[in-house]
Design a protein around this ligand. Sequence first.
Ligand code: CA
Length: 520
Amino acid sequence: MTKRPNILYIMSDDHAARAISCYGSGLNSTPNLDRIANEGMRLDNCYVTNSICTPSRAAILTGTYNHVNQVTTLDTHIDNRLPNVAKHLRAAGYQTAIFGKWHLGEGRAHEPTGFDEWAVVPGQGDYFDPVMIDRDGETIEPGYATDIITDKCLDFLSCRDTGKPFFLMCHHKAPHRSFEPHPRHRHLYADGKLPVPETFDDDYSNRGAAAAAARMRIRADMTYKDLGLVQPEGGAEVGDLLVPGWKDRKVPDVNPGEELRLIDALTGEHHVFTDPAELALFKYQRYMMRYLQTIASVDENVGRLLDYLDAAGLTENTIVIYTSDQGFFLGEHGWFDKRFMYEESLQMPFLIRYPPAVPAGTISSKIATNVDFAPTFLDYAGVPIPSYMQGASMRPLLERQAGGDWQDVAYHRYWMHKDEFHNAFAHYGVRDARYKLIYWYNEPLGQPGAHGGGEPPEWELFDCAEDPFELHNRADDPAYADIFADMLGKLDRKMAEIGDLPEHDSVAVLAGLRPLAGVA
Ligand code: CA
């Protein structure tokens, strides 16, 4: 009988693929993350089914879409009486543990279940001296979150029951907002010369209403805290509140002819701005510097775990995965944050090493999504995949056996449109190897019920091969009418397959499309 593999699942929070050097952007250096890819596989088309923290985590644990597991938003926490992958692995004889960010709720109804050992941060958690919760209650852990979470993983590994395989989830808080680096990394990426994305000054033309409406802009929506700046005492003149009732304010834009003085919270250095474009670039550089500095710590700590596996002789028989709960905008379209089905936030980085099965130094462009992770773990563990799970084991993909019948679309649905602070419209859609179809149903913000008085629903269709930055909506382009109809069919089939309910009416949509198809 083949020895069952250990599974080390490392996940960070909001880590875009572009900020991992093996993905080739040239932004930063992550040698330890790259090592996983070099000794295993890099996935280029791994996608999240709902680009926001809590729902993604529920999809990963349960192998189900959010309309099934009911964890649709940050505020709809997991019902931990339901099954999850850790419970299945534990029942099958694995020793299971999770350390770090949980974000699926606290208290007996929501805390981690299925784990022999666990210690998690409440909510988003803190970077410095974080509170951690375990079965015995809350403790303040002195130090830096990324180091502490790794220490707890290493303690678990060194004290584990060596008679059992292990399933260990190492969930970092970094590089999530507010991007607070460890002092040892504050010198990195600090020269203000990080490359600026081509779409940084996007004017959101040629697209639906959602892009222009979103409040995720670097130039207008980042807080003093996000950027490591001193927030002056005062009210609206200092900046808009991020969330009413909170204390964090946004760094304002500067009006022509006026002056904005910003003070570095660490060094006390003053920066004075009169030009809005110069201020926007300053904010971009500060944001990216801090974001990449927190990732340097993640990379180092992944290195510590890989070193442990080497020293303990566990490298050969341990599946190591590095991923993030979704992607993130790194200045593309002028944004930070996630939520949207646009490529930067839809794509999850995914690196996997398992020497006996996954060929080293390989890259896959096959489509996978986060509901596929749990079935994959069970498959490799030799545990039957329960019928309630909706994802597919990625084993054929990882072992280069995926044929023509491998899944050809990824489905995404975002439900958190009532969060008026980000103003990201409700939407769902599918992406295949080339095209992406999105239906925006644009419910009005902060209002109960559906569709009364918001923007009219609308479609977006992107040709991701011809238009990789998704700048030209082709939904109404006669030349794309057949492709629109084809993608609509893929969307309808996927929604029917997974049991999600559409807001659109395909019969009416196609009836409206036919004259256009005739022109094409
Ligand atoms: Ca996240």
